[in-house]
Ligand binder design. Structure first.
Ligand SMILES: [Fe+2]
Length: 436
């Protein structure tokens, strides 16, 4: 009898111990550029229980260097108030253009070993970036293709322009865990850069803010970084739509944007990094049947909000005046590349070569990674500012060749990864369009 009782207690404690150990093991590992992509990488992961420390072991050929970071208790605001621990470690003073191995965790459990490459410090470097929006758990169409590309080390960064999982907070946040596990083979091996979409709005974007680690100190909402000959700017389009969380975010972001664009346009900076590329979730233009905000000339990201005299904080004029070259958006579950455009006027470089020395920014909506809600079809009538449209699932690839040439491609995964749209964007010089 005693023996049976002992066995039951021993077995139960073994089960409890192994469960506890399991929950202390790192999962959902993902990385992102720090403020200087040539030298800093932020590594983020999750555990269900607290751990003795949050550490990363890393090195170029082995795991001989140790960096320690912090962890934060993240309580989901859903009915079960489920708790997760989000661990963050910043690797500093890395060698530019170098490959590293790493694993993360603590002495109660380590992740498997992943790898990453820091950005090259030269502006004479051709970074390749995958861009897409609207990727869910239930219909993650592009993921096998993306995993394959990342295994081949094709990208220097991946940009996901909002709407994750559908939705991260679902089922007390378990769907968010599932999504972050799903993208781990991609996001643990290449910087996974993000901006918020409308599907992240629950509990004031808390899952988005807590689960990612972007550069800057704006809770991942807006930031910028340099990559080779390009300056990338990530914005929170949702600041224009979720005013129930306050208008100050929109104003702060706008003021930050004005300064960031001014800095990027200083002659010494624009000469080194002439391409200015912006990404956010909600587009300024769209020609889908779904009559969303972008279907109207009053699209909030484009013209701003009604102010005392006229609309305020609109982004189209700001980007035009700052000579922004390229803008990426999602939200519409389709692919639509625009001709260079400003204020609904086509600003082609020439009839023969519209994207050579364009007289306005080129905007691309690439929201067909695989949302839960399938694709959004287009109106039969194609507006004159719309160049190419597709409702096949897919993603976009940006190759910033040098200071004057960008090669852009859009792939269809419905057609096995076939390139269904491509163009060269050529600019002999970059400056605010007003001077043209
Ligand atoms: Fe959206």
């Amino acid at each position: 009898m005693h023996w049976i009782l002992f066995s039951v207690i021993f077995y139960s404690s073994k089960v409890i111990c192994s469960d506890l150990k399991k929950t202390q093991e790192p999962e959902q590992v993902h990385i992102a550029f720090g403020s200087d992509p040539t030298q800093t990488i932020a590594i983020t992961w999750s555990t269900n229980e607290p751990t003795p420390e949050s550490a990363v072991l890393y090195g170029k050929n082995d795991l001989s260097i140790k960096a320690v970071g912090t962890s934060r208790e993240f309580v989901d605001a859903g009915p079960e108030k489920r708790v997760r621990y989000i661990h963050r470690v910043k690797l500093l003073d890395l060698e530019p253009g170098a490959s590293y191995l790493y694993k993360c965790g603590s002495n109660v459990g380590w992740s498997k070993t992943f790898s990453f490459r820091t950005a090259n410090s030269s502006e004479d470097w051709s970074p390749r970036v995958a861009v897409f929006g609207d990727l869910g758990v239930a219909n993650a169409r592009i993921l096998p293709f993306l995993k394959n590309d990342v295994e081949k080390k094709l990208y220097d960064a991946v940009i996901h322009v909002g709407d994750f999982g559908y939705d991260l907070e679902e089922n007390n946040g378990e769907l968010g865990d599932e999504f972050m596990r799903l993208i781990e083979p991609v996001a643990a091996n290449v910087s996974y850069m993000v901006c918020p979409g409308n599907h992240e709005q629950a509990y004031n974007f808390s899952h988005y803010k807590e689960r990612f680690t972007m550069p800057g100190d704006t809770e991942n909402l807006y930031y910028s970084f340099d990559l080779g000959p390009a300056h990338f700017i990530s914005i929170d389009s949702e600041a224009y739509y979720y005013l129930n969380y306050g208008k100050s975010l929109l104003i702060n972001q706008y003021e930050w944007l004005v300064n960031d664009l001014k800095e990027a346009n200083k002659p010494e900076n624009r000469q080194k990094r002439p391409w200015i590329i912006v990404y956010g979730h909600k587009p300024m233009y769209c020609s889908n049947v779904w009559m969303d905000d972008c279907a109207f000339k009053t699209a909030k990201v484009r013209v701003g909000l009604p102010g005392k005299k006229w609309y305020e904080y609109g982004l189209e004029e700001l980007f035009y005046n700052a000579g922004v070259d390229l803008e990426f958006w999602g939200h519409q579950h389709s692919y639509e590349r625009l001709w260079p455009v400003y204020d609904y006027q086509v600003k082609n470089g020439s009839t023969e070569n519209p994207n050579t020395n364009p007289k306005g920014p080129i905007q691309i909506t690439t929201g067909v990674a695989g949302s839960k809600y399938n694709v959004t079809v287009f109106k039969e009538f194609k507006p004159e500012w719309s160049a190419v449209r597709s409702v096949e699932y897919g993603y976009s690839i940006l190759e910033i060749h040098n200071r004057t040439h960008i090669h852009f491609q859009h792939l269809s995964v419905d057609k096995g990864g076939e390139v269904i749209d491509e163009t060269w964007i050529i600019k002999d010089h970059h400056e605010p369009y007003k001077r043209f």
